[in-house]
Design a binder for this molecule. Structure first.
Ligand SMILES: N[C@@H](CCC(=O)N[C@@H](CS)C(=O)NCC(=O)O)C(=O)O
Length: 216
């Protein structure tokens, strides 16, 4: 049985849950991190979520968890068969780790109480808009990041997109990215694991976190 340790309202946990949902795998999820704290025997050197176990294998770092599941259980699907498409997926997964860091900061400022100023908010919005314009260019003429099919790259970037699209911010018109996001919203596993309400301030965030306890 695959076990995911991580609270349901973490975007990094959502990547892994959505992957499991797309692959139709059995799993159990335990509430760890945030208000739930960490067990003493938490099998990750860092107090962050997610951590995944599959038999005697332990994986942490959300993108490594997604790669592990795609490679083990999604060959030719989430893990593209063709080496050019696989390189493209890998490249955009690295892009997610590095180039949209501003989005995490923007989200922390708008919802999670990170101190901000109008200037900082505006700069973060502009940085996100520039990065997402790159994604829009990649998606022009493609249904998904690597082409016709959903891959692990769509998962790690798409897991952020629900929040980007629902925050009360200015967003540039990016038609290919919008159409891709709408495609994601039609997928049952995305609806279940990513489209999860998060509130508009620290108190609401906390309430949603607790309300999601125990949901698989
Ligand atoms: N690079 C790590 C980052 C993990 C991370 O920072 N996770 C956040 C939630 S999205 C976290 O654990 N925050 C502290 C907590 O929830 O206790 C990964 O991708 O797995």
């Amino acid at each position: 049985m695959i076990t995911v340790l991580g609270r349901r309202n973490s975007a990094n946990v959502q990547k892994v849950m959505w992957t499991l949902g797309e692959l139709g795998l059995d799993y159990q999820r335990r509430d760890v991190g945030g208000s739930f704290g960490y067990p003493d025997d938490y099998p990750n050197p860092n107090p962050v979520v997610p951590t995944l176990t599959d038999g005697d294998i332990t994986v942490w770092e959300s993108n490594a968890c997604v790669r592990y599941l795609a490679r083990e259980y999604g060959q030719g699907g989430l893990w593209p068969a063709e080496s050019g498409a696989l390189a493209t997926a890998d490249m955009w997964m690295e892009w997610q780790r590095s180039d949209i860091a501003a989005f995490f900061i923007l989200f922390q400022m708008l919802v999670r109480g990170l101190p901000s100023t109008p200037d900082k908010l505006q700069k973060a919005e502009q940085t996100c808009a520039g990065a997402f314009a790159q994604l829009d260019a990649q998606l022009q003429g493609r249904n998904f990041i690597c082409g016709a099919d959903l891959s692990m790259a769509d998962i790690v970037i798409g897991a952020m997109m629900y929040r980007y699209m629902t925050l009360p911010i200015e967003r540039p018109e990016l038609p290919a990215m919008l159409a891709w996001y709408q495609r994601l919203c039609e997928r049952p596993a995305y609806r279940k694991h990513v489209m999860i309400e998060y509130g508009s301030n620290v108190e609401e965030w906390h309430q949603h976190e607790l309300a999601n306890a125990g949901i698989q």
